[in-house]
Every structure is written in C-alpha cells, then in structure tokens.
Design a protein around this ligand. Structure first.
Ligand SMILES: Cc1cc2nc3c(=O)[nH]c(=O)nc-3n(C[C@H](O)[C@H](O)[C@H](O)COP(=O)(O)OP(=O)(O)OC[C@H]3O[C@@H](n4cnc5c(N)ncnc54)[C@H](O)[C@@H]3O)c2cc1C
Length: 342
C-alpha cells in the first residue's frame, strides 16, 4: 500500500484516467482555469479511438475516420479551430473534417501543455485516510494522489477498475455503467497498388460497413492505404476468431466483390468501438466524501458528440459547482436523472 505523506487535499489536483477525446477535453478546460490536473494514459500515444497507424510511408486512420462538424459542440469547435489541425475531407469537403497527418493530430494538439503521463495504466483505486484523497496505482506500482477522480474510459473498462478496487461498493453506479453497451469493430488496414487500380469504385456492401481510401480522404502520401471497417454482425461473429482466418476471409471477400488484391493487410480489433446504448445523463458519479466521476461516449446520447458534451458538462460542474448542481446523476441517492447540460 502507498505511503501517503500528503495531508492537505486542497494541494492536490484532479486525476483524469484516459487521454481520449473526453479526458483531454475535460483536462484542457480545467487547465485553462488554472486547476491542477494530471491525465493518465495506458497507451504509447493519446487519442484513444482517434487512432492513426503509420507504416511504409503511409497513414491509416483506423478508429473514427473523420468528424462530422454537426456533431461538434460550438465551444469545442472554437477551441479546435484555433489549433489549426482540421481540414475539410477532400472526398467529402462539406460534411467531414480530418487532420492531414491523421486523426491523432487532434488529440496531440489538445494534449499540449497538459501534464499527461503516457504508458501509465491505472489498475487500482483507493480512498485515502479520512476519505478526502483519491489514490490511484499505476501498473508499475507508483501511486498518484488527487482530490477528484475522473474515469474517462469506456464504461466496461471503468467497471473492471471499479469492481477490482471496490468489489462490494458503488453498486448503483456499477448498475448504471452496465446499461451502457458497445459494439465491436474489426478493422483492416490494407494497401493496394493505385497504379494497377487507378479508378476505384469501393461502395461498401454486405459485411463491409465502410471503406476509406486514406490518400483520397486527404492524408499525406497515403494513396492506396485503405481502412476497411466490418459491420457489427461480422465483427461480433469473428471477434474471437484467429487473426489469420479473419484476414483470409476478408481478403477473399474483397477480391470477389471489388476485383482488388491487397499488397499488404493487417487487422485491428476494437472491442469497444461505438456505443449502441448510451445514457442520457452527462456523467455518472458516486456519492462519496471525495468526488468520483465517469465521463465519455457512454453519456449524453453517445458518439463523439456524447463524449464532448459529457466532458464539457463535467468541466462546468467542477469549475462552477454552484451553477451546475442539477446536471449529471448521483448514483446511490435514488435520484431521477437529469439531462445533458448542452
Ligand atoms: C472504428 C470506429 C469508428 C467510429 N465511428 C464513429 C462515428 O462514425 N461517429 C461517432 O460519433 N463516433 C464514432 N466512433 C466512436 C468515437 O471514436 C468515440 O465515441 C470517442 O472517440 C470516444 O472518446 P472517449 O474519450 O470517450 O474514449 P476513448 O477514445 O476510448 O479514450 C479512452 C482512453 O482511455 C485509455 N484507458 C483505458 N483504460 C485505461 C486505464 N486503466 N488507465 C489509463 N488509460 C486507460 C485508453 O487507452 C484510451 O486512450 C468510432 C470509433 C471507432 C473505433
């Protein structure tokens, strides 16, 4: 157990677990208001489901492939505009935004100036003596302290963390998180020879949900780099299958449907890609002596819009508690839920 030498909780800051869009958005808002905040990210890079793979000089966006401006709340839009990383999608300029160096350009820009610890997976949570301090442990055994804890991670992962840390407590919060449902997505990152296949007509059909040619979309030097997302049915059916079998099946399917052969192909499995059942609340919180919140795309109706609205609402609540008491939901108090603040 940690040696807790910290005694004054007000010297501590906010701990945010997860550097996806929701965690970074919240942390950025808090930092702008001079609130001490630290973000913990288990992966090498930030962005979560805004993910870009680089290989053989090409870029593949393999999470969400573009952003719909209609889904971005105005306050985030204004912030992002100043970052200068968004461009209209070349093959759909009116309806979608991308980043020319891959979607991770956006979270990387949002991370600037933040205290963000990458490669730091949080595996245990404790409440410190006196109930006023959160203590979180990373996988290498280091402890971190804060007065407020925010889990900005998919609900099933938040549940694993909460169950492992507090097996018999926070029952009501856990029940609510259980209501948030995700679908999986199997994604192929393929390369094709554009000199051989100059004219493409890659209309998705059947098990293939979307096909994006990353070069045509506007990513630098990425002609022939295809991102192929499989539909929910196929992804659920094959999620646990052997990787080589999935690749062989989709490669054959692609050759048959589009008469195209890949020069290379790899697989990415998203266990929690998109929310199929979200909560309408802005965030979830347990009634404890130190605040604990769960935010992300499981709230405010789901998707990118939900992730951003959820982060914005919690930032408002932390920065202006007197004005936002009515938002969110306090589990364990038997209260009726309130709606998103935006
Ligand atoms: C293939 C695909 C297609 C999509 N298409 C769409 C779409 O068309 N429209 C739409 O609205 N949305 C879409 N989405 C969903 C959208 O990308 C997400 O809703 C959004 O990015 C969620 O952001 P988030 O911050 O809530 O979560 P995430 O991006 O999942 O961020 C959570 C972060 O927490 C980290 N983490 C998890 N556990 C821990 C831990 N214990 N310790 C430290 N760090 C941890 C993760 O590594 C991750 O970086 C798509 C997603 C995928 C994958």
């Amino acid at each position: 157990m940690a040696n807790l030498s910290v005694t004054n909780p007000s010297d501590l800051g906010v701990l945010v677990v997860g550097a996806g869009l929701s965690g970074l958005t919240l942390a950025r808002r808090l930092m702008a208001d001079s609130v001490k905040v630290t973000v913990f990210e288990k992966s090498r890079g930030v962005g979560g489901r805004l993910a870009t793979r680089r290989g053989s000089g090409c870029l593949w966006d393999h999470g969400i492939t573009s952003l719909d401006p209609a889904e971005i709340p105005p306050e985030n839009y204004l912030d992002w505009k100043n970052l200068g990383v968004l461009s209209p999608r070349k093959d759909n300029p009116k309806l979608s935004w991308i980043c020319c160096e891959g979607m991770t350009q956006l979270p990387k820009a949002l991370e600037k100036g933040l205290d963000c610890l990458r490669h730091t997976k949080i595996d245990l949570i404790r409440i410190g003596p006196g109930g006023k301090v959160w203590m979180i442990r990373d996988e290498s055994g280091g402890w971190h302290y804060g007065h407020t804890l925010v889990l900005a991670i998919p609900a099933p992962q938040a549940l694993v963390l909460l169950d492992g840390s507090f097996p018999h407590q926070m029952v009501s919060l856990k029940e609510s998180l259980l209501r948030i449902q995700y679908r999986p997505t199997l994604t192929l990152l393929a390369k094709i020879n554009r000199r051989k296949y100059a004219q493409l007509n890659l209309k998705p059909e059947g098990a293939i949900e979307t096909i994006v040619e990353n070069g045509e979309k506007g990513l630098k030097d990425s002609e022939g780099a295809l991102t192929i997302h499989m539909n929910e049915k196929f992804s659920r059916k094959h999620f646990e299958s052997n990787e080589a079998e999935i690749l062989a099946e989709v490669t054959t399917l692609f050759k048959k449907k589009y008469k195209i052969e890949f020069t290379s192909v790899e697989l990415k499995k998203w266990r929690y890609s998109q929310v199929v059942q979200a909560l309408e609340e802005s965030y979830a919180t347990a009634k404890l002596t130190s605040p604990l919140y769960v935010i992300g795309d499981g709230f405010c109706g789901g998707g990118i819009k939900g992730a951003l609205l959820s982060a914005n609402a919690l930032a408002d609540k932390i920065l202006h508690p007197e004005q936002t008491l009515k938002f969110g939901r306090e589990y364990g108090k038997g209260k009726k839920h309130n709606h998103c603040s935006k």
